[in-house]
Ligand binder design. Structure first.
Ligand code: ADP
Length: 532
């Protein structure tokens, strides 16, 4: 009997169960090589999860110097001559001396996986800073050139023109930096009558649309016929993301609620009409988390490992966070954490407006982040006035972000909108109670600590509705009250830790989406509505 059982369980794992696709996954970020936010995490863990489902997947990113440096072993595998006349030597922007229209592809592996990474090597990426900004947080003024280049290279690979025996069935583009791929591949099909792979486009954030002028459209040598309101043109400029939305065989976002929200004016950034027009092709698939990298029982970046069984050890991480930030230990005081890009989206200004009231409560706050200079300086002022209650570390620090997740009692995410959000998922896994606004993926993943939900053991955090400072004060007040009742708080922590947000289920949903994209290929309707 035992033998039979074993055979059966083996059978369910056979690779034949899922279709096997060749997938080119195109992104501007890839943790640990290049990351500014959630896109970097997803580009790492989704391809790994797909590889575990026996998919043949390659991730394509620019060869930023900091990415190449972190990659370790690399090899040159191809040189591509792009079918472009002068790009990117227009408008006084950097010309790639002597090799104007050619780039190289270098190959490496994603750490702790067998996922291949191809990096596009070009002078235009050879700069310090982040993928998008210089060291002073100013956006590179030729990001349209930099990412259009990535798109052109993706198209050459997609069409099997780079001399390697690998051509994808699916090209999966992510965010505006990969938005032109769908448009360029549809052009291969319509104008040049070439069979193209199917295309999937994932929106990680509608707020970033890649909008540039007509001059740049011409300089980028984009097919001229795409300049119309139904296709790339957007209010006399053009938009990269619109290319992904109009032309991709399937479009998705990173949570079901966000897929719904962006079809409304408030969240659609002028493209809600287009998105609802394409609603049959639009869906939401919740992000997962990398369960190995974010595991409090094994995390090497935290002070003391813990699990549900050894929950008391979490306290040692709290002490370590307080020590790191020079905060005194105080009894019955809830320690709140924020790790985020300090930008409008994240609602930090709403917290700042009511900081006086918040700091009167028995709370301490630690913030790790960088971004908007005004938000940074307003936060610093509060630190100067209340150093025993609030501390901030500006900049990006992966290790400290793990320690904060492990050490704080509650994690604050008062976002105005949040396509999925990853930190609330990390918080749940670390027994750190998330305090979130009900928007996008935050509402999809955190269950409010109402009496009923506490009684039936489903509550995992504190959820508030309105995007208002006073509501945030109420939510923090409630958290602080619940925190005083150790049994209730422990129940919240443990229910959160039992939630399952691994990538496995979501990766299966992506496989289904790829299948749908292949079926839908070339059924693009020419007359998408004009952006209002
Ligand atoms: P977004 O993509 O909008 O920035 P997400 O919650 O989806 O938001 O993902 C943010 C990711 O970036 C998380 O992994 C978070 O821990 C990380 N992160 C953001 N700011 C910092 C920082 N200053 N230092 C370290 N990690 C950060």
């Amino acid at each position: 009997m035992i033998g039979t059982k074993k055979m059966n369980s083996k059978k369910t794992k056979t690779p034949q169960k899922n279709p096997k696709y060749k997938i080119l996954f195109v992104s501007s970020e890839l943790h640990p090589f290049a990351k500014t936010g959630g896109l970097g995490d997803v580009s790492n863990s989704l391809p790994k999860a797909l590889k575990n489902l026996y998919q043949d997947i390659i991730v394509l990113i620019p060869a930023y110097p900091f990415a190449v440096q972190k990659a370790g072993t690399i090899k040159h595998i191809a040189k591509i001559n792009l079918p472009l006349k002068g790009f990117p030597g227009h408008l006084g922007l950097p010309i790639i001396e002597g090799k104007k229209n050619s780039v190289s592809i270098i190959e490496t592996l994603l750490p702790e996986s067998k996922v291949k990474v191809w990096m596009v090597e070009s002078e235009i990426y050879n700069r310090p800073g982040t993928p998008y900004f210089d060291d002073n947080n100013r956006e590179w003024d030729d990001n349209d050139f930099r990412f259009a280049l990535l798109n052109y290279v993706a198209v050459e690979i997609a069409m099997g023109r780079i001399g390697l025996e690998w051509q994808p069935d699916i090209v999966h583009g992510n965010d505006w930096q990969a938005g032109l791929i769908g448009a360029l591949l549809e052009d291969e099909h319509l104008s040049k009558k070439n069979m193209r792979p199917a295309t999937v486009f994932t929106i990680h954030n509608m707020a970033h649309m890649g909008v540039y002028s007509k001059d740049r459209f011409d300089a980028l040598e984009l097919p001229k016929h795409l300049w119309n309101h139904h296709e790339l043109e957007f209010h006399d400029d053009f938009s990269f993301i619109k290319g992904g939305l109009v032309f991709s065989d399937r479009v998705n976002t990173v949570s079901p609620s966000y897929a719904e929200e962006i079809q409304h004016e408030e969240f659609g950034y002028g493209l809600s009409g287009l998105l609802s027009y394409r609603s049959e092709r639009l869906s939401g698939i919740l992000n997962g988390i990398d369960m190995k990298e974010w595991n409090p029982a094994k995390d090497t970046m935290i002070t003391k490992n813990y699990s549900i069984k050894t929950l008391d050890n979490k306290q040692k991480n709290k002490s370590a966070v307080q020590k790191h930030f020079n905060l005194p230990k105080k009894k019955n005081t809830i320690l709140l954490g924020i790790v985020a890009r300090l930008v409008y989206q994240k609602g930090i200004d709403l917290v700042l407006e009511h900081m006086e009231e918040i700091l009167e409560l028995p709370v301490q706050i630690v913030v790790l982040g960088s971004g908007d200079l005004e938000l940074e300086s307003r936060l610093r002022q509060w630190v100067n006035n209340y150093p025993e209650k609030i501390q901030i570390q500006l900049g990006y620090d992966e290790s400290l972000s793990h320690l904060i997740e492990a050490g704080v009692d509650a994690f604050l995410m008062p976002s105005r909108f949040e396509p999925c959000g990853l930190n609330q998922l990390y918080s749940l896994r670390y027994g750190t109670v998330p305090i979130v606004r009900e928007t996008g993926g935050l509402g999809d993943t955190v269950i409010h600590a109402s009496k009923k939900n506490l009684n039936n053991h489903t509550a995992t955090g504190i959820v508030f509705h309105e995007s208002k400072g006073s509501t945030i004060v109420d939510a923090i007040t409630l958290s602080s009250l619940l925190y005083q009742n150790k049994d209730v708080w422990k129940k919240l922590m443990i229910t959160g830790m039992k939630q399952e947000y691994s990538w496995k289920e979501s990766a299966k949903k992506y496989l289904k989406l790829y299948g749908q994209a292949i079926k839908d290929r070339n059924k693009y309707k020419k007359h998408a509505p004009v952006a209002l």
